[in-house]
Design a protein around this ligand. Sequence first.
Ligand SMILES: Nc1nc2c(ncn2[C@@H]2O[C@H](COP(=O)(O)OP(=O)(O)OP(=O)(O)O)[C@@H](O)[C@H]2O)c(=O)[nH]1
Ligand SMILES: [Mg+2]
Length: 443
Amino acid sequence: MFGALSKKFTDVFSGLLGKKHLSEDNISDAVRQVRLALLDADVSYSIVKTFIKNVKEKALGSAVIKSVKPGEQFIKVIHDELVALMGEKEASLELPGKPAVIMLLGLQGAGKTTHAAKLAHYLTKKPHSKKPLLVACDLQRPAAVLQLKKLGELINVPVFSIEGETDPVKVAKASLKAAMELGADLLILDTAGRLHIDETLMDELERIKKATSPHEVLLVANAATGQDALKTASEFEKRIGLTGTILTMLDGDARAGAAISIKEVTGKPLKFEGIGEKVEDLQLFNPQSMADRILGMGDTINLVKKAQEHISEEDAKSLEKKMRNASFTYDDYLKQMQAFRKMGSIKGLMKMLPGIPGMDMSEFESSEEEFSKIECIILSMTQKEREEKNEIDHARAKRIAKGSGTTLEDVNKLKKSFKNTKKMFKNAPSKKMLEKFSKFGGF
Ligand SMILES: Nc1nc2c(ncn2[C@@H]2O[C@H](COP(=O)(O)OP(=O)(O)OP(=O)(O)O)[C@@H](O)[C@H]2O)c(=O)[nH]1
Ligand SMILES: [Mg+2]
C-alpha cells in the first residue's frame, strides 16, 4: 500500500539494530530520515514538526528500558506517535433516529457514489442490520443517478430519485418521507462533486444539510491526492462541518500523508477506508492497523477480522479436529479453500502478512490459478470420491481430468499432495505432546 514509505522506515530501523542504546547522536540520523520520509509522503509540514519533536523526546526519554532493543524501542515510539495522530481507537458511526441520515460529500471522482453503495452494503450486515435507502442528490451529471441505481440493484438496496427534478435539496427533503413509506431506517445521500470547491457547491451542500439534519456528514477523499485532499478537507470542515472522513483509493498508489494527517487537519476522525472498486471493499479505519501498514508490518488486525467474518469458530474447530485425526476429505478441502477465497485474492491476503508488503507478488498470481484448478478437479469428482469413500483409480482420474478441463498429471498431483498433507498431520505432534516437551524447556 505505502510501499515506498514502508521501505524507508524499514531502512531507518535496520540502521539502529546494532546500537546498544538510543542517544542524541545515533538517533539524529534516523530522525532526519523519518522527517524526510514523512514530508515525501505528503504529511503536512507542521504535523511533521510536532511529530519529530515528540519522537525525539520519547525515544531519548525511554533509553532506560534495558530489555528492549534500541531499534525496536524506536519503532514503538514511531508506531505510538502515528497511532496518537490518527486517533487511538477505531471510530464508529452515530446512527440514531428513524431514519438516520448519512450525507456524503467530496470532490469530483473521490468515490462518493461508490462509497454510498459500499456503506449501504456494509450497514445492512450484522451487527448493524440496517434497512437503507440510497438517495440520488447528484443532479449535475445525468449518468450519476443511473450509476447509483445500478449499484443499488447490485446490492439489493432501493434508490430514491425524482425524475426530471433539478434541485437536489428537494430530492433530499422528499427522501425523508419516502423512507417512512418504504420502512427504511437509514438514508444515505450521494451528492454532486466539483473539480474544485466553489460557492455553488458549498451552497448546495449547506442547503441539503439544513434540509435533512444528517447524523453523519462524511467527507469522501481520495488518498492518492495527498496534500490536496487535506486542503479540501479543511475547507469542507470549516464551511459545512463534518463528522468524519472516508479515505478512498487506499488500494492503489496512495500516499500515506492523507491518512496520517487528515484527523489532525479536520479535527474529525477517519472512519472508513476504501480499498478497491467492489462494494465489499470497505473497512473500518483502525489506527493501529494503519500504523502497522505504514511501518511495513502487515495488517494482521484486518486479516483476523476478515477470517472471523468468513470462517465460523465452529468450522475452524471441526477442521482442526479432522486434521488431527486425519479424517478430513476432499470435501473439507474444498470448503476451506472456498472460505479462504471469499476473504479476497491470495495476493491481497498475502500483502496483509507482516514482512510481505514489499515482496514480489507475481508468484502468488499462479497460486490463484492453482486454486481454481484444484477447485475444478474436486468438483468433477463424485460425492463418494470427495468423501473418500471411493478410491480414485487410473480410469477415474482420467475421467476427472477430462471433466474438469485439466490433465491426468494435475489430478494425480492433487491426489498425492492431499495424501501427503494427511500424512503430515497424522504425524504432527499433538498439542499435549508439545505441552509435555515445553516443560523440559525444549520449546
Ligand atoms: N481502486 C479504487 N477505486 C475506487 C475506490 N472507490 C471508488 N473507486 C473508483 O473511482 C471512480 C470514481 O468513483 P465514484 O464513486 O463515481 O466517484 P464520485 O465521487 O461519485 O464522482 P462524481 O460523482 O463524479 O463526483 C469509479 O471508477 C470507482 O469505481 C477505491 O477505494 N479504490
Ligand atoms: Mg458520484
